[in-house]
Design a protein around this ligand. Structure first.
Ligand code: TYD
Length: 213
């Protein structure tokens, strides 16, 4: 039986996932919960190394399936090395991106097909799905404008895709929202940060305090 909770945060670029996730980790700790906050692709040394290969702007010839397999490989290592042990310890794991990113980016936007991408991911995660997924929904033009305005870090290979690609990413996410309504909950990420935080915390607390295990 699972002892902790696995919560993922999803959404297109510029949705504010990373800042809100860090704030949520603090908020949940104040509620007395033990929290591990992590991210994909990455979160541990091996997966960070895979991340460098995937997001390197020089890798312009990377095939779509190679990309999907690398994300799945990074996911596997991160899951067994970091996520599962934290859940075993009874913690709340907050993870910035997980399988729904692959379904939306590689499956839908890259056109590999959500079902095929789901299949290769099952080999990696073995049915270990999140208890709750917060989908930070934002129109791509708003998200991309935020990135232009605030980006301090590197622009990666996927950030360089055009608006049409990011429209498809959003379309993919909204499709998943319709398909898995009990697992995935929409957050209006165009609202101000405080509101996004409050909405997210409420959903997480409901799931954590309301679950019978
Ligand atoms: P990152 O800089 O972490 O972006 P963000 O801050 O928006 O999360 O880079 C991760 C990139 O990888 C992002 O463009 C989304 C993409 N991605 C996929 O295409 N598929 C995946 O399965 C995952 C986990 C990420």
């Amino acid at each position: 039986m699972k002892k902790g909770w696995f919560i993922t945060i999803e959404g297109p670029e510029g949705a504010g996932k990373t800042s809100i996730m860090n704030k949520l980790a603090e908020g949940l700790r104040k509620e007395g919960l033990a929290v591990t906050a992590t991210r994909e692709p990455g979160g541990i040394a091996i997966a960070e190394q895979i991340r460098e290969v995937i997001l390197n702007k020089e890798n312009t010839t990377m095939d779509g399936r190679t990309e999907a397999l690398l994300y799945a490989a990074a996911r596997r290592q991160h899951l067994v090395e970091k996520i599962k042990p934290a859940i075993e310890r009874g913690e709340v794991v907050l993870c910035d991106r997980f399988i729904d990113s692959s379904l939306s980016y590689q499956g839908h936007a890259r056109g590999l097909g959500m079902e095929d991408v789901y299949e290769i991911n099952q080999f990696a995660i073995d049915e270990f799905m999140p208890d709750l997924t917060l989908l930070f929904d934002i129109r791509p033009e708003v998200g991309l404008a935020r990135i232009q305005a605030h980006r301090s870090g590197e622009i990666n290979r996927l950030d360089l895709e055009g608006l049409a690609f990011h429209e498809k990413v959003r379309e993919g996410y909204l499709h998943l929202l319709g398909k898995f309504p009990s697992r995935i909950k929409r957050i209006d990420a165009e609202a101000d940060m405080e509101q996004v935080y409050e909405d997210s915390l409420k959903l997480i607390m409901e799931r954590v305090t309301g679950s019978v295990r």
